[in-house]
Design a protein around this ligand. Structure first.
Ligand code: NAP
Length: 335
């Protein structure tokens, strides 16, 4: 079997660290791993698969070494600058940033939904936004069965989605809650501890945030429904890891509630946790550390002719980032 050379770019970040963990868990046909970050982390030693590696600075000539795959999670600017160089050197890039997601020549892929799109790549495949990934895993089977007419997203997103500085802001808030110590916020404009911030990524001229726009546009692209009516409110909450989402869905067709639940139950990558008598529903702490998307609180929306409310939870660092990207790479390796 062919063995591949794999580069991890942004290996010291929150997503990069999770990439390393997920790669360690898998037995992929890889002959060699190389880990890149910025000059700040260059030289740092990491243990991966019981072996010591030195993190290397990403440079213009880094891809002269002819990698087969590069997993990028080092921000949009790094992706824009270095991905084309990687591709020119014969490397397939799976990019976690938003740099190429809406580029019509770049497939945007969630394996459970549209893995066949991955084959139509020109060297770059985009990994969707974490909040979009978990939503479309739940929406796809419902769209296939009942044709979705409109979606309303309300999200409750963990601080790990904002990287290591986001985690530090919540950690510092917790540690200093009972004392007078002032601490510098590293990521957010306001304290995330004790607050919900209706502000993820930058504000746009139309009053939405870029995170909201990403969820709307990326959902349409992945589901191949360019005209689907969607609105979104995305909120950062003081949760360390795993995003939760309330999704209101209106259908073109009528549905039977039991059949809808069965449809979700039989869908790839989804686990239904919906037993209100025993107070069972998806929660962030239980989703953390797993690759599945959890759905519960499934109930008819009586304000619509045909509509449903669902609650969707997943680990944003695993399914929302590292695991999804590695699933794509695995598919291309084994294809
Ligand atoms: N966190 C999530 O849930 C999530 C989900 C989906 C997608 N993403 C995307 O994934 C990317 C990384 O997010 P993160 O949360 O892991 O951020 P992070 O914790 O801040 O890590 C950023 C990583 O990028 C590296 N980096 C920064 N500038 C670089 C450069 N010029 N050259 C090479 N490496 C560079 C950093 O290296 P140093 O250690 O040297 O600074 C670090 O390894 C972002 O594009 C983000 O939008 C994140």
């Amino acid at each position: 079997m062919k063995k591949y050379k794999v580069a991890v770019v942004g290996a010291t970040g929150v997503v990069g660290e999770m990439m390393r963990k997920v790669l360690e868990e898998k037995n992929l046909p890889v002959s060699e791993y190389t880990f890149f970050a910025s000059n700040k982390s260059a030289g740092k030693k990491i243990i991966f698969m019981n072996k010591e590696y030195e993190v290397r600075e990403l440079k213009e000539n880094s891809f002269d070494e002819k990698f087969d795959f590069a997993l990028f999670s080092a921000g949009g600017e790094t992706s824009k600058r270095f991905s084309p160089i990687a591709v020119k050197n014969g490397c397939t890039v799976i990019d976690n940033s938003s740099a190429f997601r809406m580029d019509e020549n770049v497939p945007l892929v969630v394996p459970e939904v549209n893995i066949e799109d991955a084959k139509m790549n020109n060297g770059i495949i985009a990994n969707p936004n974490c909040s979009t990934i978990q939503a479309v895993v739940a929406l796809k089977p419902l769209d296939d069965k009942y044709k979705i007419k409109r979606v309303v997203y309300s999200t409750y997103q963990a601080v790990s989605g904002a990287g290591k500085h986001g985690i530090n802001d919540l950690q510092n808030g917790i540690e200093n809650f009972n004392n007078e110590n002032k601490y510098e916020l590293e990521k957010f404009k306001y304290d995330i501890f004790n607050n919900c911030l209706p502000h993820i990524d930058v504000f746009l001229d139309n009053g939405y945030t870029k995170e909201e726009e990403k969820m709307i546009n990326e959902t349409r692209k992945i589901l191949h429904r360019p005209d689907l009516r969607i609105t979104a409110t995305t909120v950062r909450v003081p949760v360390m890891n795993s995003h939760s989402e309330s999704i209101n869905i209106e259908f073109e067709d009528q549905f039977d509630e039991k059949e809808l639940v069965e449809t979700l139950r039989n869908s790839a990558g989804l686990i239904v946790q919906d037993d209100i008598k025993n107070e069972v529903y998806p929660i962030a702490t239980k989703a953390t550390g797993t690759d599945e998307v959890y759905v519960g609180r499934i109930r008819r929306d009586y304000s619509l002719d045909s509509g449903v409310n669902i609650w969707v939870v997943a680990d944003n660092l695993r399914k929302g980032a590292a695991s999804n990207a590695i699933q794509i790479m695995e598919y291309l390796m084994l294809d």
